[in-house]
Design a protein around this ligand. Structure first.
Ligand SMILES: C[S@@+](CC[C@H](N)C(=O)[O-])C[C@H]1O[C@@H](n2cnc3c(N)ncnc32)[C@H](O)[C@@H]1O
Length: 200
């Protein structure tokens, strides 16, 4: 599906998105964020922020000395996210991950929750995230399902996301390495896919 169709799909989905997560998922999110290397005062880019579900968890780790840039290509998702968090050290950006309107080496950490399978130009996205990550900063690409479960989940959902999958590990490692990222690790188990890497 084209980027345009996907953007329209997420624009339509934005208003009911809260209901996609259950109480158990909140616990999973807490556990996930515990894995993130994030220090008070850190600058974080949350790519594909959706309605901002990850933002309160990120604040807990960086405290309010840090900065969050919440980015999404769906304007309606961004509008929903601004309802969750306002007036703190946060800014919202309506843009595509493949073309980030952000200076090189800006962030200590980049988080991508439940988005990467939907991205058409995965190599372009990795290159851009690597560019805006500081040297030794951390990139986390996560889904709360393993690779196979996620493919099945999208297949069952059908329509716009029917064919959205994660790349084989060898391809992910190759894309990350070629973009200059290092210390690449992939966890792929039931209920968690987490590809992480360090800025080079
Ligand atoms: C499945 S939702 C996940 C939202 C949120 N991270 C969560 O876990 O609830 C995927 C999000 O990624 C955004 N997205 C998909 N492809 C994108 C792209 N190429 N650039 C920026 N955002 C994108 C969608 O608009 C949507 O909000």
């Amino acid at each position: 599906m084209s980027d345009q169709s996907k953007r329209e799909f997420f624009d339509r989905e934005a208003f009911g998105w809260n209901h996609r997560y259950h109480q158990d998922d909140e616990l999973e999110l807490q556990r996930l964020v515990e894995r993130f290397e994030l220090k008070p005062g850190g600058w974080v880019l949350d790519v594909g922020t959706g309605n901002g579900i990850l933002i309160p968890h990120l604040w807990r780790k960086i405290e309010h000395k840090g900065k969050i840039v919440a980015l999404d290509f769906s304007w309606n998702m961004i509008r929903e996210a601004t309802k969750v968090e306002k007036g703190r050290n946060i800014c919202f950006v309506n843009a595509c991950v493949e073309n980030l309107p952000i200076k090189t080496q800006t962030f200590d950490c980049i988080t991508c929750l439940a988005i990467f399978a939907h991205v058409n130009d995965k190599r372009g996205a990795i290159n851009e995230m690597s560019r805006v990550l500081k040297k030794d900063g951390k990139l986390y690409i996560a889904h709360l399902l393993g690779k196979k479960e996620l493919a099945e989940h999208h297949r069952m959902a059908g329509g716009t996301v029917e064919h959205d999958t994660l790349p084989p590990d060898s391809e992910m490692i190759d894309m990350m390495r070629n973009s200059g990222l290092k210390d690449i690790r992939i966890i792929d188990q039931p209920n968690l896919y987490l590809a992480s890497a360090r800025g080079g």
